[in-house]
Design a protein around this ligand. Structure first.
Ligand code: MN
Length: 308
């Protein structure tokens, strides 16, 4: 009888325990914009060189090309041939289209609402341009490029490409259809993204009407970032304005997001990779020696070339 009581008592304790909310550590305003090649006018929302790095990992860089009108042109706009090694680049075409080619002989177009999840791994060479069709017509262009780190044991894995169109991602309605959650990576409840990741990552694009509200469960010990792409939201009493980045504590297992205005918000969540980083330009490794090797391998053509 005593044993039974204990089990029952323990169960009750667990049930009444409230979910602990993650604490917001910092809100960072957008930095000045700079051109990447001649096609991407971006604000670097965060990077691995930041003092907040331990609360950002496994994410290592996020560039946002805020909506910008490009007039029709015959010119190719973007960045020419360049290498990557040791991490993944995730490109979101929010408005407009991005065309790419790579040293594996692959290539294609990331269409509006689509995402390309490229594992550079041991090394790729690629280029990234506005699509020819988009350039010829002109229009509003908005893009995100996110870099996701790989732990040492996966950095030299073979390159991998995952390409998704808007229709490939499941969307969940919440708060009486006033909020739409696009599940880009990981899962939300029983809804699972088609993206394969090397480490546990969940990523949502949340589109909400003014005064809508959403509780997002997240795993304890993970790092959580909130990027306000448009509109205005708040978490606790902390307002998050357009272009702002919110950084959260590893402890806690949820956040409560309130849309003050109609908003588009990107939620990035992942298991931290607590390993040393040695990064230079397009290479993100663990040691300086590995970065030097990456430069040498690229120069010797070991990461391949684009077929002209
Ligand atoms: Mn690139």
């Amino acid at each position: 009888m005593d044993g039974l009581f204990e089990i029952k008592h323990g169960y009750q304790l667990k049930e009444v325990m409230p979910t602990q909310e993650k604490q917001i550590l910092k809100v960072i305003a957008p930095r000045e914009k700079h051109w990447v090649g001649n096609g991407f006018f971006v604000s670097s929302i965060f990077s691995m060189h930041s003092e907040d790095y331990k609360n950002i990992s496994p994410f290592i860089l996020l560039d946002h090309a805020a909506p910008k009108y490009f007039p029709p042109t015959e010119q190719k706009l973007g960045v020419g041939e360049h290498p990557h090694r040791g991490f993944e680049t995730v490109t979101f075409a929010i408005k407009g289209e991005v065309e790419h080619r790579d040293s594996g002989g692959g290539g294609g177009t990331i269409t509006t609402g689509g995402v390309q999840w490229m594992t550079a791994g041991s090394g790729v060479v690629h280029d990234e341009f506005h699509s020819r069709e988009f350039s010829e017509k002109g229009g509003d262009f908005e893009m995100i490029q996110l870099w996701v780190n790989l732990p040492a044991k996966f950095k030299m894995n073979p390159p991998r490409y995952q390409s998704f169109s808007e229709a490939d991602f499941p969307v969940i309605d919440q708060d009486h259809d006033r909020i739409k959650i696009k599940v880009i990576a990981g899962s939300f409840g029983s809804t699972v993204s088609p993206v394969k990741t090397y480490t546990p990552i969940t990523m949502y694009e949340v589109n909400g009407l003014a005064n809508s509200e959403l509780e997002i469960p997240l795993s304890e010990g993970s790092n959580t970032l909130v990027v306000q792409l448009s509109g205005k939201s708040s978490i606790g009493n902390q307002p998050i304005l357009r272009g702002n980045l919110g950084i959260f504590s590893r402890t806690g297992s949820s956040i409560l997001l309130k849309m003050e205005e109609e908003s588009k918000v990107l939620i990035l969540n992942g298991e931290p990779i607590d390993e040393p980083i040695a990064a230079y330009g397009p290479f993100v490794m663990n040691t300086q020696k590995e970065v030097m090797e990456a430069f040498r391998d690229f120069q010797e053509g070991k990461m391949g070339n684009l077929v002209v």
